[in-house]
Design a protein. Structure first.
Length: 498
């Protein structure tokens, strides 16, 4: 391979291109009309506009992307995550056009995209799945029948769903009929497929996923787990590895199950096996993601493996250079996702111009982002603007480092989730590793805004700004740029926050 087209935007496009540069591969960017000024366009060796701002007309435009790949002479396409990354038609088109799709086969994408088929394949392979229906439930009478055997509460899930869409929790028998109907119609309109199935509801589970990597020669390894239970409305906020819940025995067992799961479907490439783990450490297969995931950097940090490099090597047909016994977890890594959202206003996306940005640096800190000063965040795409990843020898050190890095992270012009992430890092339950998928709702009071108490420095800056406005109004000589006044609250004469 000499040239790779990256069919994506934002931080992940740059993430992939960085590895391309290290491998001496040229990168081809695609961009929508809303992304002309995006950093991935500047970073790439070549860049081509593929359509209008809505992703349906650009980042999802298969014909146009294939045309650009051929025109630019790209040997392969890396789809990143989201967009076309789990689109079997796209993977098939690439193969038909003689372009390497950096990902698994279209057959596996279809099989794992259909949650009923995935459950069946895992059951056949002896992987524990959540107790529930063998296949699709056809009638509401059938649903009631199933519930008699597995008991309430249950979840009705769309086979074409995943990530929480088309899902209904049922606590009482009286809700069954309406829940099945609701899940069906939501699935029909969202996915064009109204097949649903039933699972026993696991009350307070952990979401723990295993990273796997498989080559074309039958070698499959896992790269341990990621704990992803800190979520809000199915949107992950924080991921860490190792999981505070995990024991060496359980890790070994679940890791083996993840490798078996991948082998059972002849998986090739990087993938993720998602499990629910209950408080008694029972684990159940939930879904398989057939792509590189947002949170892959924490795995890279504790294993030392560049997952994008491995994806490219595997796609080139190389054999994995390491076996399971070569892989070790070293220390602890945490990722915080920075969203351009306002946590004090129901997490409304906060689009607009980034006025100032100053990203954290220093020992054990990585940021994967794409916004720069003066950049206008488009409203059309995901509001995640950056990922902050830290490493520490221990979990405590990683948490302390994350607090320090969040303190250093300054963004003005748009609202972000940084303050809320700081509150999580100071939450006693999080610090104790005592959390599950209900963490945010259980700790709401402490995690939502507490006015100015968070950060006295903010008060200093605001006081200085009021002083500045005052001087402006009184015709006193002041510089055009606002500079925070000398802080008498600190022992040092001047801190330039910007
Ligand atoms: C569940 C569950 C409890 N029991 N299934 C949410 C997203 C989708 N991937 C599956 N989800 C869940 N499925 C059974 N049988 C609880 C959830 C769930 C959840 C899972 C992972 C992370 C956060 C979550 C938040 C709420 C519900």
């Amino acid at each position: 391979m000499k040239k790779i087209l990256i069919a994506n935007r934002g931080e992940i496009a740059i993430r992939v291109m960085r590895t391309c540069r290290e491998l001496d591969l040229e990168s081809v960017a695609i961009y929508s009309e809303a992304d002309r000024t995006s950093l991935h366009v500047r970073y790439a060796h070549e860049a081509y506009c593929v359509g209008k701002a809505p992703s349906s007309e650009s980042y999802l435009n298969i014909d146009k992307i294939i045309e650009v790949a051929k025109q630019s002479g790209a040997d392969a396409i890396h789809p990143g995550y989201g967009f076309l990354s789990e689109n079997a038609d796209f993977a098939r088109r690439c193969a038909e056009e003689g372009i390497v799709f950096i990902g698994p086969s279209p057959e596996v994408i279809i099989q794992m995209g259909d949650k009923i088929q995935a459950r069946e394949a895992m059951t056949a392979a002896g992987i524990p799945v959540v107790p529930g229906t063998d296949g699709e439930i056809k009638t509401e009478a059938e649903a009631l029948e199933v519930i008699k055997t597995i008991g309430l509460p249950v979840m009705i899930k769309a086979s074409a769903g995943g990530g929480g869409k088309g899902m209904r929790l049922v606590k009482n028998e009286s809700e069954v009929v309406s829940a099945v109907r609701a899940a069906r119609s939501e699935a029909k309109s969202a996915f064009g497929d109204d097949a649903v199935y039933i699972e026993k509801y696991i009350t307070s589970p952990h979401h723990i996923e295993f990273q796997i990597l498989a080559d074309q020669h039958g070698n499959t390894v896992h790269l341990f787990e990621r704990e992803c239970s800190v979520q809000r409305r199915h949107q992950k906020m924080i991921e860490e590895t190792p999981s505070p819940l995990m024991t060496p025995e359980l890790r070994d067992e679940m890791g083996k199950a993840a490798v078996e799961a991948a082998k059972a479907v002849n998986y090739v490439g990087a993938g993720t096996i998602e499990f629910l783990v209950d408080n008694n450490l029972n684990y159940y297969f939930l879904e398989m993601n057939t792509r590189l995931q947002v949170e892959h950097p924490i795995t890279e940090r504790v294993t030392g493996i560049d997952l994008v490099k491995q994806q490219i090597y595997v796609a080139e047909g190389r054999e994995l250079e390491f076996g399971q016994e070569d892989l070790k977890q070293r220390g602890h890594a945490i990722e915080c996702r920075i969203y351009a959202e306002d946590p004090d206003n129901n997490f409304m996306p906060s689009a607009g111009k980034v006025y100032k940005i100053s990203t954290p640096l220093g020992l054990g800190v990585r940021t994967d982002g794409y916004v720069y000063e003066g950049y206008e965040i488009p409203i059309y795409y995901d509001p995640m603007i950056s990922k902050l990843i830290v490493w520490g020898k221990t979990r405590d050190e990683a948490i302390a480092r994350m607090r320090r890095a969040l303190y250093e992270y300054k963004i003005t012009g748009v609202k972000t989730s940084i303050k809320m992430l700081e509150r999580v890092m100071n939450n006693e339950n999080f610090i104790a590793g005592n959390y599950d998928t209900h963490f945010i709702e259980k700790n709401q009071e402490q995690l939502l805004s507490n006015g100015m108490k968070d950060n006295p420095e903010d008060m200093v800056i605001i006081a200085a700004f009021i002083d500045y406005l005052d001087k402006l109004g009184s015709n006193a000589t002041v510089t055009k740029e606002f500079v925070p006044a000398q802080s008498r609250w600190k022992k040092i004469p001047y801190v330039n926050h910007f």
